[in-house]
Every structure is written in structure tokens, then in C-alpha cells.
Design a protein around this ligand. Structure first.
Ligand SMILES: *[C@@H]1O[C@H](CO)[C@@H](O)[C@H](O)[C@H]1NC(C)=O
Ligand SMILES: [Ca+2]
Ligand SMILES: [Ca+2]
Length: 356
């Protein structure tokens, strides 16, 4: 073959490859989706949160914990201030946020909180808040005790491990044990982009206890939200780029079996549960490209998806809420509590609504 023929072939191959990638990435990002408004009654924005509340979890007595102010490379953010954990009581007639003070030898200036989970010790009722933290771009897990009388978090310890390299969300299963998701395989920011460009299914779920640390599930494109079923028998893991929630049965702490995968038709982020029905409520990104760009003139929207009867033959997936970004931008979590739902975002506000 002549040089020109080889060159032409190479150009064609490259063009085909780039074309294939663009089609795949457009699908992965769902960038062609048309979003129609689907509102809930009596919504209002929570005063005092302007720069994200990526994860929210609500305990039995209606107290919500909000992880706010996360900063991630490549994503827009609006403030250099360190992150904070707030509470908000959903039983109050006009719920207001209140910052939790942090006691002990903890570096609050670099606090960059991401996924959170509350664990209550059955023995003495002590409550622990587990927080994914990214100080200076690292990944680590902070364990705090929640001291209700002082409205404070008492710092207990930091957990770092080479398997916890790009941690996104966490679910605690003991005073010092948990499952956590890695949302990338690589830690290097350039390689993370390469990983997403090639849609490599290299993300995993880690089990951590002081005795054992290991990968317990893998093959995710971008593992994100993680939570336990009410009976603690199943783990639910969202895959943002696959638009799915995977159900895993916990046979032993370190032995999980894959039960099923449910398509939610949106880029699924954090998963919270309705404590009465066990339904999954998922904060979703309807358009991945818009979410990454965060252009205020063409903002990403927000979407909340609910999965009912997840363990039945026919789980019911419904859209609970959607907005084109005119009310709330970049929803990542929807935490239900009785007749209400609290919707949090990665770099915008928090919305409280009544459920229908
Ligand atoms: C969202 O939709 C409303 C109409 O339903 C429209 O007025 C508004 O401009 C749209 N906002 C964005 C950001 O697209
Ligand atoms: Ca969480
Ligand atoms: Ca998340």
C-alpha cells in the first residue's frame, strides 16, 4: 500500500472512532433528552444554602444532615469556603438550617464533605456520622460522633486506604465499618477524563472494617450513591453513566451477589429510602453535559426518580419531580421524610417540597 492509502485509512479509522465515541458519550450523558416540568406542591428553597448540598440523610426523628460545599476539579463551584455539615429539623413548622460545630483535632479549613451516612449503635444509641472528605483532592472517610445536646460532631478518626481512592458515597454498617463507592478507577485528574471518555467499567464498591478491606463489587462505569435496604439485607448502588441502580444481596459482609439492575433513564446520583415503604428516592442529573458545564445561561436541570417494589418482578420506576434548572440546578439527592422531600444539589440550592 502506498503511504497515501495508509494515511487515508488511518484518518478514516480515527474519524469512525471519534464518531462512535461522540454517539456513545451523547447517550451516556442523555444530552438529547427533553425535560418537561413536573413539580411537587408547596416547594420552597431553604435559606442559607447557595453552594450545594450534595448529600442529605434524615434520621428517624426528622433531623436531616446536609453535607454542603463540596468542591471537585472540573465542576463549577461558587465559594472557596470550607464545607460544612448542617442539620434541619423537618418536624419544625419552618425548618431552618443550623451548622454543626466540630470538636476535636480536626482540620476544618480543608473540610470538603461529599457522601454521608448515619449509623446508630444499637448497644447504647450513640449516633455516628460517616463523611467522605476530599481535603486537597484526596479521598478519606471521617467518623464523627453526633452529640445532640451540644449540636456538635465530635471527631473520632480518619480512615485512609489505597482502595478508598476516589470515594463518592458511603453507607455505614458498624461503628467502624462501611461500604463505599469509588466513582473512578484512576486518581489522576487527566486519567479520570480518559476513563470517562472511553467509558471504562472499572469502578467498584469497597467493604471496610478494621479487620478486612476489599473490593466486593465491580464493573461499574461510574459508581455513585450507595445505601442499604430497610432490612439491611440488600445494597443499592447507582451507576451514573449506565443510568441504573444495581441490587446486591449481602450474603456475608464481604460476599455480595448481584440480584438485578434497574434502569432509571437518568444519571442516578445518591439514593435515600422511604423509612415506611422502603422505596428508593434518587437524585438524578437529567443531562450530564449540562451538569459538567454548569453554565448559568443554560443550566442543567434536576430530576427525582422513585423506585417502588424493587424486589418484585416488576419494580415501578416513576419520575417524582423535574425542573429545567429555573428552580433548582443539578439535583444529586432527594431525601423523603413522612409527607415531605428535601432535594439537594451539587453546586446550587436545597428545595423542600410536600409529597403528592
Ligand atoms: C424553563 O421552562 C420555563 C417554562 O416552563 C421557561 O420559562 C424557562 O425559560 C426555562 N428555563 C430554562 C433555564 O430553560
Ligand atoms: Ca449517602
Ligand atoms: Ca454522590
Amino acid at each position: 500500500m502506498g503511504k497515501l492509502a495508509v494515511l487515508s485509512l488511518a484518518v478514516v479509522a480515527l474519524a469512525v472512532f471519534i464518531g462512535e465515541r461522540l454517539v456513545t458519550l451523547r447517550h451516556v450523558a442523555l444530552s438529547y433528552r427533553e425535560l418537561t416540568q413536573n413539580y411537587l406542591p408547596n416547594c420552597h428553597l431553604i435559606k442559607g444554602i447557595e453552594c450545594g448540598s450534595e448529600d442529605i440523610t434524615i434520621i428517624d426523628d426528622g433531623l436531616a444532615f446536609l453535607s454542603t460545599g463540596v468542591k471537585a476539579p472540573g465542576l463549577p463551584f461558587c465559594s472557596d469556603d470550607p464545607g460544612k455539615i448542617y442539620t434541619l429539623n423537618l418536624l419544625d413548622s419552618e425548618p431552618k438550617i443550623k451548622a454543626l460545630s466540630i470538636k476535636g483535632d480536626f482540620d476544618q479549613d480543608t473540610f470538603n464533605p461529599h457522601g454521608i451516612s448515619v449509623y446508630t449503635d444499637d448497644k447504647d444509641g450513640t449516633m455516628y456520622l460517616f463523611v467522605i472528605n476530599h481535603p486537597r483532592g484526596n479521598s478519606q472517610v471521617e467518623i464523627f460522633e453526633f452529640v445532640k445536646d451540644e449540636h456538635a460532631l465530635k471527631y473520632i478518626k480518619t480512615i485512609e486506604h489505597e482502595l478508598l481512592h476516589s470515594v463518592n458515597d458511603i453507607v455505614a454498617v458498624g461503628t467502624e465499618s462501611f461500604y463505599a463507592t469509588n466513582d473512578h478507577y484512576f486518581s489522576n485528574e487527566i486519567l479520570k477524563i480518559v476513563e470517562n471518555f472511553f467509558t471504562l467499567p472499572w469502578c467498584d464498591v469497597i467493604y471496610y472494617s478494621p479487620e478486612t478491606v476489599q473490593v466486593v463489587a465491580d464493573g461499574f462505569l461510574l459508581a455513585n450513591g450507595i445505601n442499604l435496604s430497610l432490612d439491611k439485607r440488600y445494597l443499592y448502588v447507582s451507576d451514573v453513566l449506565k443510568h441504573t441502580v444495581t441490587v446486591l444481596e449481602i450474603k456475608k459482609n464481604t460476599v455480595l451477589s448481584r440480584v438485578k439492575e434497574i434502569n432509571v433513564g437518568s444519571l442516578a446520583d445518591n439514593i435515600e429510602l422511604d423509612r415506611e415503604s422502603g422505596d428508593l428516592w434518587i437524585g438524578c442529573h437529567p443531562n450530564g453535559f449540562k451538569f459538567m458545564l454548569g453554565d448559568p445561561n443554560d443550566p442543567p436541570g434536576s430530576e427525582v426518580i422513585k423506585i417502588e417494589n424493587i424486589h418484585s418482578e416488576k419494580p415501578l420506576v416513576t419520575q417524582v419531580y423535574s425542573d429545567n434548572g429555573s428552580v433548582i440546578i443539578g439535583s444529586s439527592v432527594a431525601a423523603p421524610y413522612r409527607g415531605k422531600v428535601l432535594i439537594g444539589t451539587v453546586y446550587h440550592k436545597v428545595l423542600l417540597c410536600d409529597r403528592k
